[in-house]
Design a protein around this ligand. Structure first.
Ligand code: ARG
Length: 564
């Protein structure tokens, strides 16, 4: 609709003798709350001062003077000029725009020549990879896909939590209660069990924490045995994460985790000192942020060891120098918002002029069936278990409804995982989510499987259709126009999803599109339409819907089986 809206805006500007510029008219155009009112509305209030007239009088004049090939008719509604788009014009436009899969509709070159670095997923090694990480993983990857769709060059970074005192704890726990064979066999489950056990035992015996600190210190000093264990824990964890990423279709460009930046911090600490930003507070080195209404940012502990913000600052500088990003996006739970606000401010105070290219994208916290997550006690739902349950359910449904389906395993994976992602990405990201397993695994109503099923329906129709284009695009039913209108809105939704860092904009769009498509499908015979231009127009609309729906699903990390 962007191009069509531009045409309409230019015509509005002309009809008012330039009392409003085409750009201003463009941004003033609204979508009316219900389709009976019109497809677009122009509020005339904005002109009343310039034209010294009441808005309804301006609307009445515009009805007479406005002409545009994309618009079939206009009506006055109070102070609004409501516009009805010519549906044949619109359908021809959409059919033309979706005619090539190489240049899909909605893709753009807005970000051409620009680089975006995205830091997401980033689980902490040896701790469980659980439902709390679903947000950063799917929001992060979806933002990557959205930016790529808009022509940006994207670098996905998994900033693994591969350093810190938890490794001291793991080393102690392994030596006390672990054994190699069990870990080789049970992999990450065995590691998580050790992690949980450590915390349970340390409650009773706090000396264990001192032991853990000592082991971590040995690791920091390069003790070969501890180093070997550390590497082994990472290897096992990573193997597990990669299975989940594969299910989700996610690949990272870099797994440079926290440990990678160990030798990159001293230079930044030195710079902070040189700039006079460091203050000593109770032995620790901090940057005072009182002026900015924030608590101090901790740089060095009393014993001189570095902290989470120190590492993030060093990592940002490294990434700027390595990737020359135009934007660096960090996706984490809103619980970390202060951390990001603090170190972004410190980067600014250090004099890095790219501080305003750092973007934190927070999301709400997840609880399960009303209960808070608690990693330490093991009260979590692991992502692999969550996906396994969803896949099992989709497999059972396929066995029941379509037992002869080819690639049953692949389809079961795609549908099960799709259900979870879609459910998760339905609401705006900042809202807290109470994850109710039964809802997440529901395949009825407004769900991922419903959208995937709708996509498969488009593919099945296209598989049976011959591809002869219409000699004359012919729109004969309101459902065709409504579908074309919905398809036409895709590029705008993509732009707004990127501007707001909000994948749920796409999820909701998918539901609108599926609804419009299914209404059309039930109201209009497609392959059975008698008139050949009507039939060819409908097939072309199915092709357009299919392309856009498929791309929209991919933008939120959902796979699109051809058959379900
Ligand atoms: N590993 C961290 C966690 O699980 C998230 C890291 C986010 N990225 C960053 N650059 N701080 O809480």
């Amino acid at each position: 609709m962007i191009e069509i809206k531009k045409q309409i805006a230019a015509a509005l500007s002309a009809a008012t003798n330039d009392a409003i510029s085409a750009e201003d008219a463009f941004s003033a155009l609204e979508y009316p709350p219900s389709p009976e009112l019109g497809d677009l509305a122009f509020p005339c209030f904005r002109l009343s001062r310039a034209l010294h007239k009441a808005p309804p009088a301006i609307a009445a004049e515009l009805v007479e003077r406005f002409t545009c090939p994309a618009v079939e008719r206009t009506v006055v509604a109070g102070g609004y000029l409501n516009l009805f788009i010519d549906k044949t014009y619109l359908a021809s436009y959409i059919i033309e725009k979706t005619s090539s899969d190489d240049k899909p509709y909605g893709a753009s070159l807005d970000g051409a020549g620009k680089t975006v670095v995205l830091d997401y997923s980033s689980p902490n090694v040896a701790k469980p990879f659980h439902i709390g990480h679903l947000g950063t993983t799917v929001i992060g990857h979806s933002l990557k896909k959205l930016h790529e769709f808009a022509g940006y060059h994207c670098i996905g970074i998994n900033y693994l939590g591969d350093w810190g005192t938890q490794f001291g704890k793991m080393i102690v726990a392994y030596r006390k209660w672990g054994d190699k064979a069990t870990i080789e066999r049970e992999e990450i489950d065995a590691l998580v069990a050790l992690y949980v056990r450590f915390h349970a035992e340390a409650e009773k015996d706090p000396a264990l924490d001192d032991e853990a600190r000592a082991e971590f210190h040995k690791l920091e000093c390069g003790d070969p045995e501890n180093l070997a264990l550390w590497k082994w824990f990472i290897e096992i964890s990573l193997r597990e994460y990669k299975k989940t990423y594969k299910l989700l279709g996610i690949e990272f460009d870099s797994y440079a985790g926290e440990s990678f930046y160990t030798d990159k911090m001293p230079a930044q600490v030195e710079l902070l000192r040189k700039r006079g930003l460091l203050e000593i507070d109770d032995g620790a080195s901090i940057v005072n942020l009182e002026k900015y209404n924030m608590p101090p940012c901790l740089i060095l502990k009393r014993d001189g060891s570095t902290l989470y913000p120190t590492r993030d600052i060093a990592a940002a500088v490294y990434r700027k120098n390595t990737y020359h990003f135009d934007k660096a996006i960090y996706v984490t739970s809103a619980g970390q918002s202060l951390h990001f606000a603090q170190w972004f401010k410190v980067v600014e105070l250090m004099g890095y002029d790219w501080y305003d290219q750092l973007v934190h994208v927070p999301y709400g916290t997840v609880s399960i069936d009303g209960a808070k997550l608690a990693t330490r006690t093991g009260n979590v739902v692991l992502l692999k278990d969550l996906f396994a349950a969803a896949i099992e359910k989709s497999r059972a449904i396929i066995e029941e409804k379509n037992p002869s389906l080819e690639n049953k395993d692949e389809v079961a994976d795609a549908v099960g995982v799709g259900a979870i992602i879609f459910h998760y990405l339905m609401g705006s990201r900042i809202k807290d989510i109470n994850f109710v397993m039964e809802d997440a695994l529901s395949f009825d109503g407004n769900t991922g499987p419903y959208a995937q099923y709708t996509y498969a329906r488009t593919r099945s129709i296209l598989g049976k259709a011959d591809g002869t284009p219409a000699e004359k695009v012919t729109v004969s039913a309101p459902e065709e126009g409504a579908l074309a209108l919905c398809i036409a809105q895709f590029p705008e939704r993509v732009k707004s999803a990127i501007a707001d860092y909000e994948p749920s904009t796409i999820t909701r769009y998918i539901l609108d599109l599926c609804a419009a498509f299914n209404r059309f499908y039930h109201a209009c015979p497609i392959l059975g339409a008698e008139d050949k231009d009507v039939r060819a127009t409908r097939v072309a609309l199915v092709r357009a819907a299919s392309q856009v729906l498929g791309n929209a699903l991919h933008l939120i990390c959902i796979k699109t089986p051809e058959k379900i």
